[in-house]
Unconditional design. Structure first.
Length: 293
């Protein structure tokens, strides 16, 4: 039987892997949606993932279906806004806005009455500043930016809800319900576009299979598993490592350059992660809690 500390370390390692995989999705998605509609991409991606996980759709019950459908709806809304936004804003800028979930998750947790370490807020703010230094190029806010921010809020809700329900269900079954529901929503959204864009799908089939099986099915299952061992706030903060990896992949795949600002910003992000982890080992930190009336 693994100790709580060992499971926590295992969760951190898995989250780093999830970040590495997730970092590839922004440049890949931006490249694919130049030829394929967002709805067709989501439908194809999640139907493939659902088929792969369909074997786990056993021993279903009403509570599992309810929680899986809620998670599926939240994740679908997040993906839909992200995919549409990437048609109008650079991948790096999208990553920065999405990373604001690191601040939104503890804020929403605090507003709902959860105890949140003050150090968690400080680390999340430091990470957001670092990512801003890395990617923000100024300019007026557009619809793409607002869509990405809306997606960040939805993803924060998704992260908090996983924390609430994951211990009550088998992770594979919960993941399977999510994937099936998202695939169904994607198919309804795309209508007949999937059939009409078969040529574009065949052109990007390798990337779509990767997005479906690795960046979707495996990542959703791993996050559901990891959040049994790591809090939603810490999970969101560790996700700020993703932009560092994304910058590398964006440079490699899309030729989006990252200079000295990127290096400085990456140092801020890594410092934020170290700060958040030091709170696990040192003296109890100051806690922020809403006082009950």
């Amino acid at each position: 039987m693994q100790t709580e500390n060992a499971l926590h370390v295992k969760g951190i390692i898995l989250l780093i892997f999830i970040n590495l995989v997730g970092a590839t999705t922004f440049p890949l998605t931006k490249d694919i949606v130049s030829d394929l509609s967002p709805s067709a991409l989501i439908a194809t991606r999640f139907v493939l993932a659902a088929v792969f996980f369909a074997v786990n759709l056993r021993s279903l019950n009403a509570l599992l279906l309810r929680d899986g459908l809620i998670l599926g709806l939240l994740f679908f809304l997040y993906l839909a806004t992200e995919t549409i936004a990437l048609q109008t804003i650079p991948a790096n800028r999208a990553v920065f806005i999405a990373s604001l979930s690191a601040l939104i998750v503890p804020l929403l947790g605090w507003l709902s009455g959860q105890r949140v370490l003050l150090r968690t807020f400080l680390a999340a703010g430091l990470a957001a500043i670092g990512i801003g230094v890395m990617f923000w190029e100024g300019g007026e806010l557009g619809i793409g930016d607002l869509l990405m921010f809306s997606g960040a809020v939805v993803y924060a809700l998704y992260t908090l809800f996983i924390e609430r329900v994951t211990s009550h269900h088998p992770t594979l079954s919960l993941t399977s319900v999510q994937l099936l529901f998202i695939g169904g929503l994607g198919a309804l959204w795309s209508n007949s576009q999937v059939l009409n864009q078969f040529e574009a799908i065949s052109q990007h089939w390798r990337a779509i299979v990767y997005l479906a099986l690795v960046a979707t099915a495996a990542v959703i299952w791993l996050q559901t598993l990891v959040q049994r061992w790591i809090s939603a706030s810490e999970t969101a903060l560790l996700y700020t490592i993703e932009p560092v990896f994304s910058a590398i992949f964006s440079f490699w795949l899309l030729d989006e350059h990252l200079g000295i600002r990127g290096i400085i910003g990456a140092i801020f992000v890594l410092a934020a992660v170290v700060l958040s982890q030091s709170a696990q080992k040192g003296e109890p930190d100051i806690e922020v809690k809403i006082q009950s009336s």
